[in-house]
Design a protein around this ligand. Sequence first.
Ligand SMILES: NC(=O)CCC(=O)C(=O)O
Length: 270
Amino acid sequence: MRVALIQLSYDDSESVEERTSRVVGLVREQAGHDLVVLPELWPMGGFDYRAWSEKAQTTNGAVAQALSQVAAEIGAVLHGGSIVERPSGETGPEGKDLWNTSLVFDAQGELVTTYRKIHRFGFAGGEPKLMEAGADLALIDLPDGSRAALSTCYDLRFPELYRAQIDQGATAFVIPAAWPMARVEHWRLLLRARAIEDQALVIACNTAGTHARTEMGGHSAVIGPGGENLAEAGEGQEVLSVDIPDRLVADARETFPVLADRRLNQRSSR
Ligand SMILES: NC(=O)CCC(=O)C(=O)O
């Protein structure tokens, strides 16, 4: 399976329409890949809290339609990163009407899965103040037959989420992010930790550039189930193109079957 991660750089100068058109061009250039991945909240700005409400869209809005078209055009599964979602006529348990929602399109351009970020970043401000929390796990079948679970940025700090995902059959984690430079070493370490502890493939696409006065950390990465770096980006805009060997996770889990020794969950067998 050939995977492309588009580590997009942006600042505060583009409109949503301009950035969408630039991103569509970058996705189009990835024809020949089986899976293309974009970062978290790239259309609205990962840390541009003040613009979120005004820029929110539905999962059938202009951004989603542009992503659907380009996925079909290049015939690849497209993880479109996430958008600030305002569904029509829905509010959550806290009375808010925004979610941080990832969109996945199949190679025909159909929106096949959405994932609403479960762990909201910002403590008393930011996401918890403005958005509802997601409640549901989301998994997709990848073109190589493996099963990928979706999470978003700050979710990475909560290992119990990834254990729940492997209990649902996940062999890979796809993680779009807008993770700042200030804590980029946490990002790099936690990606490896999730790969090693869950013996899974980690496909993690961060943002570059500076927006809303927050410098993004880059260092998107593809990490194998033994913690090996299959690819890692630098700090600026960059596309990572990676060939994932067949049976990478299956072989790792067979030759070093540590997950079979879990005792505090339903799947423990020893
Ligand atoms: N967008 C985010 O979720 C940022 C997370 C972050 O900065 C951190 O966990 O640190």
